[in-house]
Write a protein that binds this ligand. Structure first.
Ligand code: TXA
Ligand code: MG
Length: 313
């Protein structure tokens, strides 16, 4: 895998050079690995969509170093600032009204009036962002509808040599994509993640809900099937045959060849971190079917169940 580059000063320089030429690279964030390109360049953004085979109507997230850079591109308000102070940099994505004179490529947000913005906390990507003269458009580094990558070899698994530069940053800390919150007219969560609606509600001092109903074309994961290993998944199962893979959670399950435990100690954070890694492993082992035990539906469990549900369509 000679397109995987370890994190070093020399390779960060190389990454910057590629991005400055409006070419694209894969890199780690604290959530999952992403495919990154200059968000101000139509050419870069188009390359991302083509490589991912992503429908043009599905907008991507624009990643910034800090607020200073965002101000030319989006309108912010008091609610945004409250959340920003508490959760950024980190795994929270805000949907904001795009400024009319913003330089963000219209191809990155499906020509909508809004843009999704995030301030990642991973040190490697921050190191890049702080020296670039543009924000980065970054969707997850997987073929559209497939599983998100949590390590550099997963990115290779998705794209092989079609991508010339994958920056390695080990296994991602969180393992699930960021929480997406819309701050347009009605404040609502569009995609659950490791930052829960409860934590968000506390900061805003009112009840903010996850809008799981897919009723508008621009809601995340709108294309029902998503995050999928490409084999049938059945949720809320109690038992399983030896020939199927069984994903479980908690200490009462014995280790067996076809049993995959998201967290033996019953820790939801750990389960979130392991989810995509285990799904990819099961897929690569050649199982024809996956069954999943019921996973507690609180905290990050809401995000885990959301991904499993979308993977099961
Ligand atoms: O953790 C993450 O967010 C990762 C890392 C790489 O940062 N990125 C990620 O990007 O998950 P992606 O493209 O796989 O998912 C972005 C989600 C999509 O579901 C998209 O529909 C939604 O954000 N989104 C982007 N712009 C939007 C907008 N203007 N309005 C509503 N939803 C939007
Ligand atoms: Mg994705």
């Amino acid at each position: 895998m000679k397109n995987i580059y370890k994190n070093s000063i020399k390779n960060i320089k190389k990454a910057k050079k590629i991005l400055n030429k409006n070419n694209i690279i894969a890199l780690p964030t604290e959530t999952v690995y992403g495919l990154a390109g200059n968000a101000y360049s139509d050419k870069s953004v188009k390359k991302i969509y083509t490589l991912k085979n992503r429908p043009r109507i599905n907008p991507v997230i624009i990643h910034y170093y800090n607020l200073k850079f965002l101000k030319n591109d989006a309108y912010i308000d008091k609610e945004f600032l409250k959340l920003y102070k508490k959760f950024s940099p980190g795994p929270l994505t805000y949907i904001l009204k795009k400024k009319e004179n913003s330089r963000v490529s219209k191809y990155s947000n499906a020509k909508l009036k809004s843009i999704a913005v995030r301030f990642p906390s991973n040190k490697i990507i921050r190191n890049l962002l702080k020296d670039l003269k543009f924000p980065l458009a970054i969707p997850s580094a997987n073929i559209s509808t497939s599983l998100s990558p949590v390590k550099s070899s997963d990115v290779y698994d998705e794209f092989g040599n079609k991508l010339s530069f994958i920056l390695d940053g080990g296994i991602t800390k969180i393992g699930l994509e960021s929480t997406v919150i819309s701050l347009l007219k009605k404040i609502q969560i569009l995609r659950p993640g490791s930052i829960s609606s409860k934590e968000i509600s506390k900061v805003l001092n009112r009840n903010i809900k996850y809008q799981s109903k897919i009723n508008r074309i621009v809601s995340p994961g709108q294309l029902k099937r998503h995050y999928s290993p490409g084999i049938p998944i059945k949720l809320n199962c109690k038992t399983v045959d030896d020939k199927d893979a069984f994903i479980v959670f908690g200490k009462k399950y014995k280790s067996k060849k076809n049993i995959f435990n998201l967290s033996k100690k019953g820790d939801l954070k750990e389960a979130g971190k392991n989810l995509y890694r285990i799904l990819r492993k099961i897929k690569n082992l050649g199982y024809k079917k996956i069954k999943v035990l019921r996973i507690p539906n609180n905290k990050i469990g809401v995000a885990i169940n959301d991904r499993l549900k979308k993977a099961s369509y």
